[in-house]
Write a new protein. Structure first.
Length: 214
């Protein structure tokens, strides 16, 4: 391939990549806002601002589109769960790496709730509901969900400063994530932000007491 050919193809490849990305993001948005049944190739193409033909060039079937979008959703969730909520202005050195503090607990709980009330979780929730009666879909998402769950738990443990061998801390972090998931579910029906803030504050105080932070 000549240099001139490479120069011609590069912008085309970039446009193709951006189109594919737009389609995946639009699929997530359609799932989160309009639900599983509405996530058709035509609806996603319209939201993405591309032709149906262009959409089908990347994803010939709804199944292909949904599969790729699911992978994107759980990749985004896993990445979000892995973001350290400790501000860079408060570095964690070797001495404090496994030290539980009230500030770290509050940040970690809020971060977990933010993940479960985000667009990606709302999209995933639609897929989970559909998977309850679709064995093939369920087999597809279980490994993705398990990977996300492990990342969320490990990172929340680390963010709070809970030692990996702390069994009580392990269970409390799992309870925190279960609570966050429940708050995310409630948020799909109505704006639950006021009550959610009270729950987060109350649970954070309980964790501070239970984990014996200074």
């Amino acid at each position: 391939m000549t240099t001139s050919s490479a120069n011609v193809r590069s912008p085309q490849q970039e446009r193709s990549r951006l189109t594919r990305e737009r389609l995946l993001r639009s699929t997530v948005d359609v799932l989160a806002v309009d639900g599983w049944a509405a996530a058709t190739v035509a609806a996603v193409a319209e939201r993405a601002g591309v032709s149906r033909g262009a959409a089908q060039h990347h994803f010939p079937t709804r199944e292909a589109l949904i599969t790729a979008a699911l992978e994107q959703v759980f990749e985004d969730l896993t990445r979000a769960a892995g973001v350290d909520p400790t501000p860079s202005s408060e570095p964690v050195d070797e001495v404090t790496a496994n030290q539980v503090t009230p500030a770290r607990i509050v940040r970690a709980v809020q971060r977990a709730v933010d993940v479960y009330t985000g667009t990606e979780f709302k999209a995933a929730l639609q897929v989970w509901a559909a998977a309850a009666s679709d064995p093939a879909l369920r087999r597809m998402i279980l490994p993705l969900e398990a990977k996300f769950a492990r990342a969320a738990h490990q990172r929340t443990m680390a963010a709070m400063g809970v030692s990996p061998d702390d069994e009580t801390g392990f269970r409390l972090v799992q309870a925190t994530l279960d609570m966050a998931r429940g708050l995310g579910l409630a948020d799909t029906l109505s704006d639950d932000s006021a009550r959610r803030a009270l729950v987060v504050d109350t649970w954070s105080a309980q964790l501070v007491a239970a984990l014996g932070s200074d």
